[in-house]
Design a protein around this ligand. Structure first.
Ligand SMILES: [Fe+2]
Length: 139
């Protein structure tokens, strides 16, 4: 079953929340590819996840600094780790294409996103909610 967005996932900033919703949607698309054993489509969806993930992390770090989040540097380190984790996982999959375990990939992707959103980004919520949900430092 597809992973659904919940209001508890909201960090109180629309820019970050909509990025997270889109990341969730990419992961749901990856799960459809896994179910239909479409490895070509899966590779392209995971490429999108890696690229969108990186651009999301950049936007998020910009917001974190702009709202004065004191752990912005730690957030950057954690993002670097998340990018590395995903790269490693994808390399492992590429080297063992015939043995892709759908459940294993699904739980990795869900953990990757949910742990990031809940464990890391939620810590920023008190700083984010001092501003309007529409706060966007790029404007
Ligand atoms: Fe995030």
């Amino acid at each position: 079953m597809a992973l659904l967005w919940r209001s508890q996932f909201s960090v109180g900033n629309d820019l970050i929340d909509s990025d997270h919703q889109y990341l969730l949607e990419i992961i749901n698309r990856a799960e459809v590819c896994l179910k239909s054993v479409d490895t070509v489509a899966l590779t392209s969806v995971l490429n999108e996840l890696a690229n969108y993930g990186k651009s999301h992390f950049e936007r998020e770090e910009l917001v974190a600094k702009a709202v004065g989040y004191p752990k912005a540097d730690l957030l950057h380190e954690s993002h670097t780790r998340l990018v590395e984790q995903l790269t490693k996982f994808r390399e492992g999959m590429e080297s063992n294409r015939t043995k892709i375990n759908a459940d294993e990939v699904t739980s990795f992707l869900r953990d990757w996103l949910i742990q990031h959103v809940i464990k890391e980004d939620m810590l920023m919520k008190p700083w984010l909610t001092k501003h309007s949900p529409r706060f966007d430092p790029r404007q």
